[in-house]
Ligand binder design. Structure first.
Ligand SMILES: [Zn+2]
Length: 116
């Protein structure tokens, strides 16, 4: 197990959910306000503002955006720091070009991943 590298989440699902939710919500509200300035645009604009507001409020409380959560850890081959998205099944190391397998938020080399 000494080749297994601990991976820490440098952005939690909740935090990234808040950021992504707030950003998308803000964009929707701005677009909605612009659209609402025209009468026909208000048909799309008003629901967009409402959805945007829900996004901004719901972000911190939902795991909807947790797929944007990123993890950071050492390459099991060369020890270089690798950052990638939590949802990925694997990643290639930038330094040694070896294939790293991601299981349960941890980095494994191919040999150890096959034993799991
Ligand atoms: Zn490497």
């Amino acid at each position: 197990m000494n080749k297994v590298s601990k991976v820490k989440e440098f952005i939690t699902g909740t935090l990234s959910g808040t950021i992504v939710g707030a950003f998308l919500g803000a964009v929707m509200i701005i677009v909605g306000l612009v659209l609402t300035s025209t009468v026909i645009g208000a048909i799309i604009g008003i629901p967009l503002i409402i959805v945007g507001a829900i996004f901004m409020l719901a972000g911190p409380f939902s795991g909807v955006f947790s797929c944007f959560s990123a993890i950071e850890g050492k390459c099991p081959y060369c020890g270089d720091i690798i950052k990638t998205l939590k949802t990925k099944k694997g990643v290639n190391c930038n330094s040694c070009k070896q294939r790293i397998i991601i299981r349960n938020g941890q980095y494994y080399n191919i040999e150890d991943a096959a034993k799991l």
